[in-house]
Design a binder for this molecule. Structure first.
Ligand code: FE2
Length: 381
């Protein structure tokens, strides 16, 4: 770690430090808020012990110097001295170019199309149950591609919940802890027929939406019924490139979704088809023809353009060059990031049996377990 120069700037309101040859500025208030000492951060759990109101608004850097331990800063008017690890400062430097395009995603996300067909991420249940690192690699595939397959899983009813429990918790809903997906007479949901299903994200009528879905195969002796996955983030990228106005209409206006197929259930949500963060990060896609309600939040003058973009989005989702397909055999399942990857089903014939079970879980648990494994193993997966 090279630190050559330290300059107070802004009358002590900030400091400029050269870290690894690059000048980095840090505000006095930011440094004080992020002090690592035991009065500011609990040594036990790392949680902050002060509020922003405990920091004097007039906080200034009175002095700053290097010692063997790091950068030593004295703050006034508190008269408090804090030492910062230089590696930590380098990793958390915010004074850097942020030339991000609208629709950006982090480096951990890799968008894909049908080219991924030959490299579908897949692992066996025994492998991930017996090795934290193997589990980490599987979870990292979900983080990277938004889906992954698992083979040789237990085929008992409800066993798919064990897969969610490898990394987190099942999200129980009005459909239960898990639910059956098979042909039924008088189904309360079109998923329970032998019709093909357009690629979709699940349950956009919930807020918050379940961020992961697991679909497990218990029996599959029908003709057809293949599973299809489509990277919604790649689809959005294509729409953005060819029709920027349409992309903007879909992210600036909210759609509405509703599920009212069961007695006593009226689930409703108002959210955009393409969700961006305030800094332009692509956060989520919601797309489900079955549960889209009447859109009533788009101005009259924008509605025609909105529908044109919605149609184009649907065309791109149905474009064969965007699909990865596989046919699940008994004991196989796949997991999808339901905020990103759409799933579809080809129609199947009435002879034979197709019995899948689904359950929901959430990405926070998956990413937490993955981060913990990466820390344990000292590797980035
Ligand atoms: Fe679905």
């Amino acid at each position: 770690m090279q630190v050559s120069e330290i300059h107070p700037i802004d009358g002590g309101g900030a400091i400029e430090v050269s870290l690894e040859g690059r000048p980095r500025r840090f505000h006095a208030l930011w440094l004080r808020d992020n002090a690592p000492d035991a009065e500011t951060r609990s040594p036990g759990n790392g949680q902050r012990l002060i509020t922003v109101l405990d920091i004097p608004a007039a906080t200034r850097i009175a002095s700053a110097q290097l010692s063997g331990d790091g950068l030593v800063v004295r703050f006034e008017p508190e008269g408090k001295t804090v030492t910062y690890d230089l590696g930590w400062l380098t990793a958390h430097a915010y004074d850097r170019a942020m030339a991000r395009q609208v629709g950006w995603t982090g480096p951990e996300i890799v968008r894909w199309d049908c080219g991924l067909q030959s490299q579908v991420p897949s692992v066996s249940f025994a492998e991930v149950s017996g090795s934290r690192k193997a589990l980490g690699r599987w979870l990292a595939a979900v983080r990277r591609f938004g889906f992954a397959v698992m083979t040789e899983t237990p085929t008992g009813s409800g066993s798919l919940c064990q897969v969610a429990e490898l990394f987190g918790f099942v999200r129980e809903t009005n459909y239960g802890r898990f639910f059956d997906v098979r042909a039924e007479v008088n189904p309360n949901n079109l998923a329970y027929t032998n019709l093909g299903l357009q690629a979709h994200t699940d349950n956009p009528y919930r807020d918050p939406v379940p961020t992961l879905q697991i679909l497990a195969c218990l029996e599959n002796s029908v003709e057809g019924g293949d599973s299809i996955v489509v990277d919604g983030f790649k689809v959005v990228e294509r729409l953005q490139q060819e029709n920027r106005r349409g992309f903007d209409l879909l992210n600036r206006h909210c759609a509405r979704f509703e599920y009212a197929g069961s007695k006593g259930v009226r689930l409703r949500a108002k959210r955009p088809l393409i969700e961006l963060g305030p800094d332009g990060e692509l956060i989520a896609i919601r797309f489900n023809n079955r549960s889209a309600a009447a859109f009533t939040d788009i101005p009259y003058d924008d509605m025609a353009g909105y529908y044109a973009a919605y149609r184009r989005l649907a065309e791109l989702i149905e474009d064969k060059t965007m699909e990865v397909t596989f046919k699940l055999r008994p004991g196989e399942l796949f997991i999808v990031d339901n905020t990103r990857v759409l799933h579809a089903r080809k129609s199947f014939s009435g002879s034979g049996k197709r019995w899948l079970q689904g359950c929901y879980a959430d990405k926070d648990g998956l990413l937490s377990t993955l981060a913990a494994i990466e820390e344990e193993e000292g590797v980035s997966l």
